[in-house]
Design a protein around this ligand. Structure first.
Ligand code: URA
Length: 172
């Protein structure tokens, strides 16, 4: 389950790995954490069809265990190419596995919501939406971090208008 969204997008969200429902449907974030993600996006006036959603690991880890380093490495080139093609101005990492790529050794509790610039993009680490389903106190924290996105997106500028065909093409 590689991901879904427009072939060019200003924002790319990168989660961890597909779960059972994503594996069945072939779409990212379709379970309970996906519903919360849709809510977070709606809260800042975005719908999921305007953003690209990917995962660090493209296959479902058995029994939803954490992805292993070898699995992350096996999918790394794939994610690199997705980022190169989608060419987002802002990357939002959801959870510690996608965060680790840009913030190695950091704790999410310390850096969530704090953007950094890397290779011409703004990268913002955020808690995984599933974390708020387990810990209600994280809900307002993630909402507050999402609320910073519109300004970051505006500051990062927008992608040069792509021809309509490639704009509407779905890259899955
Ligand atoms: N959690 C993720 O990290 N990714 C998905 O696609 C679904 C749930």
């Amino acid at each position: 389950m590689p991901g879904a969204g427009p072939a060019r997008a200003d924002i790319m969200l990168i989660g961890e790995a597909p779960g059972a429902r994503e594996d069945e449907s072939g779409l990212p974030f379709v379970g309970p954490s996906g519903r919360f993600l849709d809510e977070l996006l709606a809260g800042i006036g975005l719908s999921r069809d305007t953003v690209y959603i990917a995962n660090v690991v493209k296959c479902r880890p058995p029994a939803n265990r954490d992805p292993e380093p070898a699995e992350i490495e096996a999918c790394e080139d794939y994610l690199d190419r997705q980022i190169a093609i989608v060419d987002p101005r802002v990357i939002v990492t959801l959870g510690r596995f996608s965060m680790a790529r840009w913030f190695p050794g950091e704790a999410i509790s310390r850096v969530h919501g704090k953007p950094k610039h890397a290779a011409g993009r703004t990268v913002v680490p955020m808690y995984h939406p599933a974390a708020a389903l387990h810990r209600g106190d994280l809900r307002p924290v993630i909402q507050a971090d999402f609320a910073t996105l519109p300004a970051l997106i505006a500051a990062a500028g927008t992608t040069e208008a792509a021809p309509p065909t490639s704009n509407t093409e779905q890259l899955t």
